[in-house]
Design a protein around this ligand. Sequence first.
Ligand code: HEM
Length: 455
Amino acid sequence: MFALFYEPALALMTIAKNGLFRQILLAGLCLIYVSVADAAGDAANGKALYNTTNGAPLACASGACHGTNPLAGMNKILRGANAGAVIMNAIRSNKGSMGFLTSYISAAQADDIGAYIANPSAANTVSQTIGMISFLPTSLAVGDTTTVSATATSGLAVSFSSTTQSVCTVSGSTVTGITPGTCTIAADQAGNASYNAATQVTQNIDVSAATPPTCVLSASSTLVSAGSTSILTASCSPAATSYLWVGGTCAGTSGASCTVTPSATTLYTVAGVNSAGSGAVAAVTVTVAPPGSILVIEFYNTNLDNYFITADSGEAAAIDGGSAGPGWIRTGNAFLSGGSTSVCRFYGSQSPGPNSHFYTVDPAECQGLKDQQIPAGDPRKLTVKSWNFESLDFVSTPATNQTCPTGTTPVYRAYNNGFARGVDSNHRITSSLTAIQEVVNRGWSNEGVVMCAPN
Ligand code: HEM
């Protein structure tokens, strides 16, 4: 910036030392225009100085000064636009009694004030910076996502983009790995009326090969009678793109599930494979019960969070058909009926409850519950919860001190703590320890081995 100002007194003194211009001095009259380069000032600092130099507003609002808005041009203030030298001169020459500012305003500060006077709105926009870009999780595989974040000193939202579109893409703050390589994420903040745009920052994250799927192979029934079907389903995470089956009629099939009707106990395996060709193998054995054996099949009600078992294949088929109401599904668990002792089956009622079944192989417990049963026709039947004997559903062998005789399989029982929770009591009775653990993880109590089924 250049400013032109008229400075006769100073000019005369300077020229007096120079013989070449002596004649001009003698003439005693001269007009010399001096061109001064003013440094580009910081308008924001200039604004602060203009308004409160030395703790007091120097550009006071009084008509004797310059008012609060320089653009009003009061008392020639606009002459100081981008012209710190003019301001300094005005002060030095005590224009409008401004001389008292001499000790407060330096030349550099005058430049700042000049920048503000020239463009007061420039002082409104201040610079901002964007901090470190971070990722959560900190690693990224093909097909996976991570969340990118960064903050700007302005507090304004930062936007993200990928400068390596073939390796990774960005949607909002979600980064998706496309191919293995280096993914570069750029963060920008465009600024607003108060802030200038931030300088872009970038950060790299390696995109690794796709994570191999981990699969679990489940069977709608792991124990079936000969000629019965079981549906095998592979669940893989991350999702598999193809499935390679081994075992029985599943061998060579490629779907996520396979329906089998094994005539003998069969081990089925499936490898869930991703697009990169890596995968994991999961297996399940479907056991075929000896001819003539009776299966105790487990059901679960997804609405009631209740379990139920039945050895009556006709009842099981009816439940499949919805006879017991909605929500009932087979868990896939079953054990064999067989042993020394009949198992008593009790049911409460839909109302007053409990809307649940209970089973015991202990004759004394069975008799005790029968004794407490409220007889049909008793008015208490409508108000008091009680168990009603239903049938001798299947047979099993009692455990002795939680131990089963050789050649038998322990059957465990877990309790839903219904009494304490204020819900109908329900028990899960199963030979699968995994199944017991699943409900124990949800707050049920493991009551241990309650009977012993044939192997
Ligand atoms: C940071 C504070 C100030 C700045 C930047 C400033 C700047 C200026 C400038 C650039 C001029 C014009 C100079 C010229 O004509 O070449 C001026 C003139 C003037 N200033 Fe200030 N000024 C300041 C503070 C004040 C204050 C506090 C007063 C009141 C006491 C004041 C009163 C005046 C007056 C009355 C004139 C007009 C003089 C004339 O008619 O020639 N100024 N000032």
